[in-house]
Design a protein around this ligand. Structure first.
Ligand code: NAP
Length: 510
């Protein structure tokens, strides 16, 4: 990968100074969208506020509204005021706003893309963006082919000098099955070489997810027991309490497994199960993740090892909420699942015989994402049965969100004259242990795009391998009738509980 700008006096290992992006600009397609307003534009301001963007940084918005540069500026202003993480500072804002430009057009409009190319060239002249530009496709995936083709046609996709870079950033869904993912990768790679494609999986931008690597590989304590000799099973959960009101267009026909398991949960599995990389260079990290994904398969038969549900109306947080089929925009006969659980095995010596249970759902008991490594019971308990009847299995739980941290669960003697052992928790919480707050995932990821640091972005091979894992389940569900209903505010359909109880286990209540 070319690096157009580097400070010769700067040692990259020196942590006293933060890494600042070199001269560059960002073009966002879909600036009127939800993602852009809630996450991208606020993250850009937060990066500017933290001094991590170059002085001439420029932001170009592309949309079909008839706006002038100032109107676009106003939209960014409102998004920043409403959603930025860091305090608003007039001086930072004024400087950032000098680099805002707006280009009006639709995706099939050659003239608009030629105008975009002119605007970008002007920015290189006027603001010193030096021919380095990232294109963020915050648009429906169906529009990726036309936009990448337009970027190629207008000459925007290719740098004009070897020291310059052009990068493209895309959001999930990366296809809806293996075949469509391959097709999408081809569309992208025909125009952008793989090292200039940045696929956002915002989970990988979270501190707690990166901390998994620190927890496992910076400590002596956990790694010796991180294997099938000691681990009974792993549960990876992403639960949301919200429903899908207003999101029918995106979600109906997609469902929980494609929306969350294919990307976020399989990435969490890869980081949990992978071997120690030889270094933290992007290639070394990717190699280990790919090895895990290659070794991962669904345990069958799917009728017993997977579960699927759709939320029904009910009460949540003291409010009456509608079921999926009553939500506006959803087909009344929709078979889209809002809950999905699957059982996987990782066929390596380290993990042989250890099931990985992955689950995700909407309108569940509460919003929580966690990875729970559940250990085997001690091989012998030199106590009376009654002394340990309240003792569960030891567990290490990485709390990804909210209340980020790590919990270790183990047995402890209850005070008193008798020997009685019960589960207790030892807790690390980011909020208590560190004074600085974690940056938003999008701050980290956008900065990495501008720095050309690809470690936290899944590559085409990872995406395709993840679909290979999930496709057999999707195929089974296609012919398995309707998903089972579950009342809003509960922890999913009965089938999910049976899926675990058949193996003599149960889901943790996060
Ligand atoms: N929102 C999230 O939190 C989230 C999370 C994960 C992934 N994503 C992904 O991120 C992308 C954007 O999501 P979103 O929620 O922001 O979507 P959205 O609210 O539906 O916005 C889509 C944007 O694309 C523009 N657009 C669509 N068709 C166009 C056309 N033919 N010509 C010009 N502009 C067009 C829309 O412009 P108009 O306003 O003119 O219609 C709008 O700005 C999608 O790929 C989505 O799957 C979003």
């Amino acid at each position: 990968m070319t690096r157009s700008w580097a400070n010769p006096l700067r040692d990259e290992r020196d942590k006293r100074l933060p890494r600042i992006a070199g001269p560059c600009g960002l073009v966002i397609f879909g600036v009127t969208g939800d993602l852009s307003r809630k996450k991208l534009m606020p993250a850009i301001y937060d990066l500017a506020n933290r001094g991590l963007l170059p002085p001439g940084f420029s932001l170009v918005g592309f949309a079909r509204r008839e706006w002038e540069d100032q109107d676009f500026g106003q939209v960014v202003y409102e998004a920043v005021k409403q959603h930025a993480r860091t305090p608003f500072r007039e001086q930072v804002w004024d400087r950032l706003a000098e680099g805002f430009r707006f280009v009006q057009g639709t995706f099939d409009d050659d003239t608009a893309f030629d105008k975009l190319a002119e605007t970008v060239a002007e920015l290189d002249e006027l603001r010193g963006t030096s021919g380095n530009h990232a294109f963020y496709l915050s648009i429906p995936p169906g529009a990726f082919p036309v936009v990448t083709q337009q970027l190629a046609r207008s000459g925007l996709a290719k740098p004009t000098h070897p020291d310059q870079w052009r990068r493209v950033v895309i959001e999930k869904p990366f296809g809806h099955d293996l075949a469509s993912a391959r097709q999408l990768n081809k569309v992208l790679n025909d125009v952008f070489p793989e090292d200039s494609v940045f696929r956002i999986d915002h989970y990988l931008g979270k501190e707690t997810v990166q901390n998994l690597l620190a927890l496992r590989f910076a400590n002596q304590l956990f790694e010796p027991i991180w294997n099938a000799n000691y681990v009974d099973h792993v549960q990876i959960t992403m639960a949301e309490d919200i429903g899908l009101g207003g999101r029918a267009g995106y979600y109906d026909g997609i469902g929980a497994a494609r929306d969350v398991i294919q990307n976020h949960l399989l990435q969490l599995l890869a980081l949990t199960a992978m071997e120690e990389p030889v270094s933290f260079r992007p290639k070394a990290l990717r190699t280990e993740k790919i090895k895990v994904l290659e070794a991962t398969k669904v345990i069958g038969p799917c009728a017993e090892t997977t579960a699927r549900g759709q939320y029904l109306g009910g009460w949540q947080g003291g409010q009456k909420v509608p079921g999926l089929l009553e939500e506006a925009g959803f087909d009344k006969n929709s078979t889209t699942e809002t809950y999905a659980a699957i059982t996987l095995e990782v066929n390596t010596r380290r993990w042989a015989g250890v099931p990985f249970f992955l689950r995700t759902g909407k309108r569940l008991g509460r919003r929580v994402t966690e990875i729970a490594v559940v250990f085997k019971r001690a091989p012998h308990l030199p106590f009376d049965d009654t002394a340990t009847e309240e003792l569960g299995q030891n567990a290490l739980v990485v709390r990804v969100q909210p209340d980020e941290g790590v919990t270790l669960r183990f047995g402890s003697k209850v005070p008193g004259n008798q020997m009685e052992v019960r589960d207790v928790s030892m807790d690390f919480s980011y909020g208590h242990a560190f004074t600085e707050s974690s940056p938003e995932a999008y701050e980290r990821l956008l900065l990495d795009v501008l720095l050309g640091e690809p470690s936290l972005f899944p590559v085409n091979e990872e995406v395709e391998l993840s679909w290979e894992i999930l496709d057999p389940v999707l195929k089974h569900w296609q012919t398995a009738g309707k998903p089972e209903g579950y009342p809003a505010g509960t922890w999913g359909p009965e089938a999910a509980d049976k899926m675990l109880s058949r193996t003599g286990r149960h889901w943790r209540r996060p």
